[in-house]
Ligand binder design. Structure first.
Ligand code: ADP
Ligand code: MG
Length: 385
């Protein structure tokens, strides 16, 4: 039996404003103090289909009540919502510019759509990179080094073999997996930063920026907000949340992180200002065959879905691109290596990892800002504690 399960969105924002959250069914118990007024769940559901370009053709809608402009977009294979607070003309302009940027980046980066920059590079084994792709490539290659190859954007041929590119899922035979894995090796990417050129060292290699594209996009939106004089805003790109500034009353945004069980409850609520909060999990996109679940985050060592003891990986950082790349990375790395990586970069990010037994590992940088009723182990910067 083969069952395809589409992505669900798994983070909501609880604030005085619009929150985009697919698959939301749950109630936040009042006694948890998670309280803030959840108004208007605007987008998303357990669907994978594009609702049509009409949705994307709309311009921002302004709410006098909340003094904010917002807009929903379907791009990068997910539902997104963009909100900016402020005076009507300014807020609408910022949100519309942000939505246009999302659509532009989607066209540029998509591996699926013919003619995108990335698919052309994959076809030709290299080529000229736009400024945006080049920036992402630099992140990707740095992450490849920092994770000893657990993060590897040349995983794409393996993603295709499993059918994750076109949802025609299948479990590959050992032999073909082994052969395809020979193409997975980011050290064979030659990036010429001076001339914006990229070249693959092996024929058949291909890249996939799906693990950082949404984080890169949300960071871009923060820049657009800034340029337009917005002081408070947020985006939710398929569960990847990035907040600009604080809420209009100066208090922190409250980001709820959904459980892998998709039961409407939450791992907890995180209070943040000016941060990206990005989660990866094997429950986001997967298929089931003969009772086994195969998900979309692959361990480049084996070619199989990563089984590291981590069920859900949330990264909190000022930098959306980094947070997105790291959320995928830590899911593959598992506890021990994730903690080691964090200890070397604790000024750049924090994490909330859920282990298979349900324990939450929370780094000390955010421990005080995270409310949960679950069992928490706080990870401190010094080893041996
Ligand atoms: P999502 O995009 O669903 O929010 P992630 O950010 O974790 O989740 O990205 C998952 C995507 O990353 C996969 O669909 C695939 O394109 C790519 N990917 C899978 N495994 C790896 C890996 N080990 N290193 C880099 N990218 C990966
Ligand atoms: Mg990611």
């Amino acid at each position: 039996m083969k069952r395809a399960v589409s992505r669900i969105l798994f983070a909501c924002i609880f604030s005085q404003i619009i929150s985009g959250c697919g698959g939301f069914t749950g109630n936040i118990p009042a006694d948890k103090g998670m309280a803030a007024e959840k108004t208007n769940i605007t987008s998303g559901s357990e669907q994978s289909e594009d609702p049509g370009s009409g949705m994307n053709g709309l311009s921002a809608v302004y709410s006098e009540e909340s003094q904010s402009a917002s807009r929903d977009v379907f791009a990068m294979d997910t539902y997104m919502s963009i909100t900016a607070y402020g005076e009507e003309t300014t807020a609408k302009k910022a949100v519309d510019e942000a939505a246009e940027e999302v659509e532009r980046l989607d066209k540029l980066l998509s591996t699926g759509s013919e003619g995108s920059e990335i698919s052309k590079i994959n076809e030709d084994g290299g080529g000229t990179l736009s400024e945006e792709s080049e920036e992402m490539m630099r992140y990707a290659l740095k992450l490849y080094q920092d994770t000893d190859g657990a993060y590897d954007i040349t995983i794409y041929p393996v993603m295709k073999l499993w059918g994750f590119d076109d949802q025609d899922y299948r479990v590959p035979a050992e032999e073909e997996l082994k052969k395809t894995l020979e193409l997975v090796d980011a050290s064979e990417i030659d990036l010429d930063e001076k001339n914006n050129r990229i070249c693959f060292g092996k024929e058949g290699m291909a890249i996939d920026l799906g693990s950082i594209a949404k984080g890169f996009t949300s960071s871009r939106i923060m820049e657009i907000f800034e340029k337009n004089g917005i002081r408070s805003g947020l985006v939710n790109l398929g569960g990847n949340v990035q907040c600009f500034g604080a809420k209009t009353d100066g208090s922190s945004w409250r980001v709820a992180i959904e459980t892998p069980e998709k039961d409407g409850n939450y791992l907890g609520i995180l209070a943040v200002k000016d941060k990206a909060v990005i989660t990866s999990g094997g429950y986001e996109r997967y298929f089931e065959e003969d009772g086994v679940i195969y998900h979309h985050i692959i361990d480049p060592l084996t070619g199989y879905p990563a089984k590291s003891g981590i069920r859900s990986s949330t990264i909190v950082s000022d930098d959306g691109t980094l947070a997105d790349g790291l959320s995928t990375s830590l899911f593959v790395l598992g506890r021990e290596k994730a903690v080691r990586l964090w200890r070397n970069h604790s000024d750049e990010f924090d994490f909330i990892l859920m282990e298979d037994d349900g324990t939450l590992l929370v780094t000390e940088g955010i421990a005080d800002d995270f409310e949960t009723e679950r069992k928490v182990e706080v990870i401190t910067a010094s080893a041996g504690e």
